[in-house]
Design a binder for this molecule. Structure first.
Ligand code: ADP
Length: 598
């Protein structure tokens, strides 16, 4: 409720007031019709009819037919007015609810995307999807019920006031009964929360499971694992079903208790009033009246409380994620508000001399062993540096450190002799073009994919970047050229073509440093040759860092850093290292030559 107030402000209270007005007006229309008709003498209602002399006088001035028309017109006016107000109210309610959910959505998404890389290493991506879709939908539903309940509480308060005015003693009696029942049924509200916790848990497992299955669909199909996945899915569906039924049982159970206790209490009242206290029948009617008005409100409040309790875990999950991401913010709030975040304002740096790793150690969170140990290395500007080593040697980790995605546990990364600090982080990263092993392109046109890094890129610049990455020729051959849609439901490109497009995208940014993370390992020799040519064109202008599994890609590298178990074991020029007969690099070269030779 506090969060809701914070997001929406005073409009929340106007809305509550509107809801109360509508509740008061509710029923007036239809209940008024019969007494008004009796007022103009259509039929006789005796003492129960409306007794408003001035209204009767006003109506009597008109002819009989006009009277009827006037009454019916008033009826239409009241009902339509109420319906109109109801519509406005519904829209306003939706606005408040959606504004709240939008704020939560944006806060959550923003917090996730601004978190540092190490945060993503520990989390499952499907958890984010789950929270941003299912859990936020539950929060939205919960908000709607909460708004209704807030209005209902106020309305009940007014009714209690009116009932007190009619009879303080009897109302107090009803209230005490209601309170006792509420205390007795408190544990059901708690239980509703537990069921809600389970709902969150199950829907998370469901979401993670199906995401995993569809990501690995090829393995599932080729290894005939469909049956076991179907079994898992069925188990999951049954659990979800049971969970929903459990809530329904709980909610309908408390409703049943409420209704039955209403009958028991009223029967006891009537018995005591007539036989023990001999209360006059008029008072008895009053009891029934007050009871029949207040009790359903209590029942509704109990039910709403259970619903809200079952939705609270979803809200908690969202808040927890926000808290975690706040702790893992990449750029602190002060620096962000100083105007560095948001890609527009960032000035890319230019690497002039070198990148230096100074005694860098790094350990992944939760891991005992160091992935990098006392790494000393230097990457000269405008040259091509290759990082090589066996799988798991620490190549990607070193690149992540250089890009500032993770921070060294000890030691420093120096850019042109200046430590890479938080203030310079985004500026540094915006000067880097990164091409990964698994090139990522959005399911849209090539043009849109390229414009992602530079929305103002001209046609000429795009073609230049494509030329640089040796992809201009194949793009020209595509049916719609730059406007060809790529991805799942568009043109399927080969691995090499995708790789080159990602390289073109990276080049469009005009990067000072280009990082290729095993970008050529999955390519055939022809495509590898294309990339190789592209890199040759860039040498001398851009600092190129290549992680290469295939050593043929790096034969023109100016510098090679050989890693093994997190340590730099060799560093030097390609020629120098390849001719050193006892060094690891020449062994690696020989090994690959042997593989190729076979
Ligand atoms: P390479 O790129 O040379 O194959 P990596 O830099 O990926 O090697 O990995 C270096 C070491 O760090 C490996 O021992 C690997 O098991 C470990 N490692 C990599 N990523 C993680 C991670 N997210 N959490 C824990 N350990 C990791």
């Amino acid at each position: 409720m506090r969060k809701l107030h914070h997001v929406t402000g005073p409009i929340l209270y106007w809305n509550l007031l509107g809801m109360i007005c509508i509740s008061l007006m509710e029923g007036i229309g239809i209940y008024m019709l019969v007494p008004m008709l009796s007022l103009i003498g259509i039929f006789e209602m005796g003492s129960t009819g409306l007794n408003i002399p001035w209204l009767g006088d006003v109506l009597n001035r008109f002819s009989e037919n006009s009277q009827l028309l006037l009454v019916l017109f008033t009826f239409v006016l009241i009902v339509s007015g109420q319906a109109w107000m109801q519509r406005l109210q519904t829209i306003r309610n939706t606005r408040i609810q959606q504004q709240f959910v939008r704020t939560l959505r944006m806060e959550t998404y923003g917090a996730i995307i601004m978190a540092q890389w190490s945060f993503f290493l520990q989390k499952r991506k499907s958890d984010f999807n789950h929270i941003l879709t299912t859990e936020l939908a539950r929060v939205s539903q919960g908000t709607s019920i909460m708004l209704q309940m807030a209005a209902s509480l106020i309305f009940t308060g007014i009714q209690i006031g009116l009932a007190f005015w009619l009879s303080a003693k009897l109302t107090a009696l009803v209230l005490v009964c209601g309170l006792v029942l509420f205390i007795v049924l408190r544990k059901f509200v708690k239980r509703a929360k537990q069921i809600g916790d389970q709902t969150s848990e199950f829907s998370q497992s469901y979401y993670n499971g199906i995401t995993e299955h569809f990501n690995g669909i090829k393995d599932i199909k080729s290894n005939m694992l469909e049956r076991s996945h179907m079994n898992w899915f069925e188990r999951m569906c049954r659990q979800i079903e049971r969970n929903v039924i459990q809530f329904s049982q709980l909610n309908s159970g408390t409703q049943l208790i409420h209704r039955m206790s209403a009958a028991i209490i009223i029967a006891a009242f009537i018995y005591l009033s007539l036989r023990v206290m001999t209360v006059p029948p008029a008072s008895l009617l009053l009891i029934i009246l007050i009871f029949s008005r207040l009790w359903p409100r209590f029942t509704a409040i109990q039910s709403n409380l259970e619903y809200i309790s079952s939705m609270l875990p979803a809200f908690r999950v969202v808040r927890e994620l926000q808290a975690q991401t706040a702790k893992s913010r990449e750029i602190s709030e002060e620096i962000a508000s100083a105007g560095d975040v948001g890609t527009d304002g960032i000035q890319p740096m230019e690497l002039k001399e070198s990148i230096t790793c100074e005694d860098v150690c790094y350990r992944y969170e939760g891991s005992d062993t160091y992935s990098l140990r006392n790494v000393q290395a230097s990457i000269p500007a405008r040259g091509m540096t290759a990082i090589v080593g066996k799988s798991g040697a620490g190549k990607s980790t070193l690149i992540d450190l250089i890009m500032g995605l993770v921070r060294p546990e000890t030691g420093r990364i120096l850019i042109d002799g200046v430590p890479l600090s938080e203030e310079r982080l985004l500026s540094w990263r915006s000067s880097i073009g990164y091409v990964s092993q698994d090139p990522f392109l959005f399911h849209t046109s090539i043009r849109e994919n390229l414009r992602l890094v530079d929305p103002n890129a001209s046609e000429e610049q795009m073609w230049q970047a494509l030329q640089f990455s040796s992809s201009a020729a194949f793009v020209r051959k595509l049916p719609q050229g730059l406007d060809t849609i790529i991805g799942d439901r568009g043109i399927r490109l080969s691995g090499g073509e995708r790789q080159r497009l990602v390289l073109a995208r990276a080049m469009l940014r005009n990067p000072s440093v280009l990082v290729l993370d095993e970008a050529t390992s999955a390519l055939d020799s022809e495509n590898e040759q294309y990339i190789h040519e592209a890199l040759e064109r860039l040498k001398g202008h851009v600092t190129i860092i290549v992680i290469a599994h295939r050593l043929s890609t790096i034969r023109t590298a100016d510098r090679v850093i050989v890693l093994d178990e997190g340590r730099v074991i060799q560093e030097g020029g390609y020629q120098q290292l390849s001719t050193d007969p006892v060094g690891t690099f020449s062994k690696l070269l020989n090994m690959q030559a042997g593989v190729v030779g076979q």
